[in-house]
Design a protein. Structure first.
Length: 504
């Protein structure tokens, strides 16, 4: 088959799909990879999709899963159909003989929002320029995917991701991909999902390489997750059990999650850092689906046979300061509270002040949040992999975003449009603001990611615990020792454990 065919057809395991051709790439959208998780399958582990007869049109994205209300995402899912678990494929050379590397994207969204149909996740440019097959998919988020519900498996959103990877294993050869050269990549909650997959027995053997961008450090203990789920259910005067919640409309259940999030500060005592950061959802270290944290799993050698590329942006927190109205408004008291809550160890706050003697309240606030949220978890993931004898590469994006008046620095999410090359479509493109240097930087990042997916080498030396060589992505790229040395030393003895339920 050639991509010159306007309507390419591929025979998948469950049936034939007919896609389209866009910019020389065959595109298949909205292919179901699991049965809709509704009715008797509500809150269940995903079930393989049933076969269909005839040819299924695959030209439109599947409907988004039920969403939280953040950034108006709930409106996208309003009145949507219930076949949320769908997958999308971009292939420059469809057909069983191509054997191209495969890159499977997991989108972020705080485990509460997200859908693969957003324009920033269009895989056409990455597939065409990189000579790879790009795959994106939906997975359950929020209460549907991550709430700890009695009678349901934990981490259903992660189980959906495993189901999508099994679909890739069983089907991607027909689309031109090599099932033995699969790379998972994701950012924010997607990066956290990639990290979790490294620690999940059910995901073993489903991918060869992993790219974890801005990995969140927050995971929940089973006790904390159960207490949070009880609060969701209490909004509806119900118990957090399948028997009570299965009949509740998904949109109503998502609204209950939003109601708890809106007043999450009242649980600051028992929920601790999760409440302080308004985090109602995270993967649960339940001892079964996710037996250990990713950092512990990699330290124990679980990812030794997986090539890992991990990293973060320099100014992760800056975007959140803008969204919450705190940009330029952080007070000394707010900075002091942030240091007391999030800095590691009994003297963490002092070490930040001593390590950054010229930093004012806003910089200290940003630093400790950036480090706790994403920077140190990403660094520690690469470090755990390398110390256990695995291969890891580390990067930091330091190019300051020119959008929004240039005040955001190298903020959270800036890497997404650069990785996909979608510099003028989707919300993250606002960070780029048509900057002329973005094209060259994006090309360099895309070349590194696709080279890593192809042969495991992104183009700079592997990370080792002694030298800590790191690729800096900026208008002038450089390889240097990990640059956030003060933060690294403050956090070097910290263990990213599952967040506990504290005493009330």
């Amino acid at each position: 088959m050639t991509v010159a065919e306007a309507r390419p057809e591929v025979r998948a395991v469950a049936g034939t799909v007919r896609g389209s051709t866009e910019g020389g790439v065959a595109v298949f959208r909205g292919i179901p990879f699991a049965e809709p998780p509704v009715g008797a399958l509500r809150f269940a582990a995903p079930r393989p999709v049933r076969e269909w007869n005839g040819v299924r049109e695959a030209v439109s994205y599947g409907p988004p899963p039920p969403q939280a209300g953040a950034f108006g995402m709930d409106a996208l899912a309003k009145d949507a159909a219930d076949d949320w678990l769908t997958i999308n494929v971009w292939s420059p050379e469809p057909g069983p003989g191509a054997g191209l590397p495969v890159m499977v994207w997991i989108q972020g969204g705080a485990y509460a929002i997200g859908t693969s149909g957003l324009p920033e996740y269009d895989g056409g440019r990455l597939a065409r320029d990189g000579g790879v097959v790009v795959v994106t998919f939906n997975y359950r988020v929020g209460v549907e995917g991550f709430a700890q519900i009695e009678g349901a498996p934990a981490n259903r959103g992660l189980l959906d991701q495993v189901a999508a990877l099994r679909w890739v294993r069983d089907n991607i050869r027909a689309f031109g991909g090599d099932p033995g050269r699969v790379t998972v990549f994701g950012e924010s909650a997607g990066g956290g999902s990639v990290a979790a997959l490294l620690a999940m027995p059910s995901a073993a053997g489903l991918f060869r390489r992993a790219v974890a961008q801005s990995v969140p450090g927050a995971l929940f203990s089973a006790e904390l997750a159960a207490d949070v789920a009880a609060a969701f259910a209490a909004e509806l005067a119900l118990r957090p059990a399948v028997a009570d919640l299965a009949a509740v409309a998904p949109a109503r259940l998502a609204a209950a999650g939003d109601a708890v999030t809106a007043k999450i500060g009242q649980w600051a005592g028992p929920w601790g850092q999760a409440a302080q950061r308004s985090i109602p959802f995270a993967p649960v270290v339940d001892g079964d689906v996710l037996p250990r944290t990713p950092w512990q799993a990699l330290a124990d050698g679980a990812g030794r046979d997986i090539d890992l590329l991990a990293g973060h942006t320099r100014d992760e927190q800056r975007l959140f300061n803008l969204v919450t109205g705190m940009l330029g408004q952080v007070t000394p008291d707010q900075a002091a509270t942030a240091l007391d809550v999030f800095a590691p160890g009994p003297d963490g706050a002092r070490r930040y002040r001593d390590g950054f003697p010229d930093a004012g309240p806003e910089e200290l606030y940003e630093l400790v949040h950036s480090d706790w949220l994403f920077r140190m978890p990403s660094l520690h993931l690469a470090h755990a992999q390398a110390t256990a004898g695995g291969r890891a590469h580390l990067y930091e994006l330091t190019w300051p975003a020119p959008g929004m008046g240039g005040v955001l620095g190298a903020c959270h999410g800036l890497d997404v449009p650069l990785v996909f090359g979608n510099l003028s479509s989707g919300q993250p493109a606002m960070l780029i603001d048509a900057a002329p240097e973005a094209d060259e930087l994006s090309a360099r990042i895309r070349a590194a990611w696709t080279a890593f997916a192809t042969h495991g080498d992104p183009g700079w030396p592997a990370y080792d615990p002694g030298g800590r060589l790191t690729q800096l992505f900026d208008t002038e790229p450089a390889v240097t020792a990990y640059p956030e040395e003060v933060s690294r030393l403050i956090w070097q003895d910290h263990t990213f454990s599952a967040l506990p339920l504290l005493d009330r």
